[in-house]
Design a protein around this ligand. Structure first.
Ligand SMILES: [Fe+2]
Ligand SMILES: [Fe+2]
Length: 380
């Protein structure tokens, strides 16, 4: 028997706006945040190297390491305001109208050019801040995988990912501190998801939550930002972070493919429910509540404006929101999670409007194509 949406999400209607925005970060000034991780640290005495795809991935990770201090050119001046003013695609009422967002009758209708520029700057700060916090989540989750996964080849690989994630937190924090000069606390929907992943005692749930869901979304999201940004420093940072991120998602797909082949339908259903919960939490976080508060726009008004369309189907037609799921859906399919238990997760992803990606490339091989670090070294 599967759990109901309200048992999984804490609300019966996945689109209940009041319930979504009632979840806020109540302690924005906290300095440390403790989560009990409920898992045993596992030694293995079987040192035999037998998992060929993981061995290959580990070798790739060792040879594609980079240094955030010396491989990125931090001397580049980043004038975010100028870049936004020069961008023909910067947000404006006219541009928003083209994607079906109507600001008439709201506070945004009277916004000046300067206010729209400030909005674009805040949005970038908010986005980069959430990336930074998510990267720390990846650092902690992957350190946990080193402890809990029972396979030696996976422990070796995960150790390289811990180093990668330390570098990612480092470069996002440095970019925020030295180029954007401001940041946001963690979004509470993202924090709830990270806490759930870390608190779970089952080692594969760490992988499913982090490598498949959070990092799958991050990989798509970094790719979209890379297309949009005109800042050469951020472009280089994202290319290198994505080289690592593609390996991380591949690590999840390769490991869980083996493990999920041996699970029962009841065990798979628990994983399907977890994947659905993670997808909804990540979608909710993109409402960027904290940014609206800082812009002095009532959150509910703002969130309403940007959720266009009268029906769930119309609202879910936002191409940017959909693209965020372009890695998660094919990877879930490859793991058998989309179709187990009469397509339980397929139906849920259909209501989120993201099923069209099911036959896109999964990430288990894509990491070689995305290795910008190796490509730059080969080019000299
Ligand atoms: Fe990362
Ligand atoms: Fe990662």
């Amino acid at each position: 028997m599967s759990r109901s949406d309200s048992e999984i999400l804490g609300r019966s209607d996945v689109d209940d706006l009041d319930a979504i925005i009632a979840i806020t970060n109540t302690d924005a000034d906290e300095v440390v945040h403790a989560v009990r991780d409920n898992a045993d640290a596992i030694f293995t005495w079987d040192y035999e190297r037998s998992r060929v795809p993981l061995i290959k991935l580990y070798e790739k990770a060792k040879s594609s390491q980079w240094n955030g201090e010396t491989d990125l050119d931090w001397s580049i001046e980043v004038d975010t305001e100028r870049l936004i003013r020069e961008d023909e695609l910067r947000p404006s009422p006219e541009l928003l109208a083209m994607i079906g967002v109507d600001v008439s009758g709201t506070a945004l209708e009277r916004w000046t050019e300067d206010q729209w520029v400030r909005f674009a700057m805040e949005r970038q700060n908010w986005t980069m801040s959430q990336f930074m916090h998510g990267e720390q989540g990846a650092l902690i989750c992957t350190a946990k995988i080193v402890e809990t996964v029972p396979w030696i080849d996976a422990k070796y690989y995960a150790a390289t990912q811990v180093m990668d994630e330390a570098r990612h937190v480092e470069v996002f924090a440095k970019y925020l501190d030295t180029k954007l000069h401001s940041h946001y606390p963690i979004n509470h929907h993202l924090e709830m998801l990270l806490d759930d992943i870390i608190a779970d005692s089952r080692w594969d749930i760490t992988y499913l939550g982090m490598q498949i869901m959070v990092e799958g979304l991050a990989l798509a999201s970094f790719g979209m930002l890379l297309q949009a940004t005109k800042d050469p420093l951020l472009q280089q940072l994202l290319r290198y972070v994505m080289s690592d991120e593609a390996r991380h998602v591949a690590f999840g797909v390769i490991s869980l493919k083996e493990y999920y082949e041996h699970l029962t339908d009841a065990e798979l259903l628990e994983r399907q429910e977890f994947a659905f919960e993670a997808a909804v939490r990540m979608r909710d976080r993109f409402l960027s509540q904290e940014m609206w508060e800082r812009l002095d726009v009532p959150v509910k008004d703002a969130v309403r404006i940007f959720r266009t369309g009268a029906t769930a189907e119309q609202r879910n037609a936002d191409p940017f929101q959909q693209l965020l799921f372009s890695k998660i859906v094919p990877n879930s399919k490859k793991l058998g999670l989309l179709d187990a238990n009469d397509g339980w997760l397929r139906k849920r992803f259909d209501t989120l409007g993201v099923l069209q990606f099911e036959d896109w490339a999964d990430t288990s091989d894509e990491y070689e194509l995305l290795d910008a670090v190796a490509a730059d070294r080969a080019a000299g």
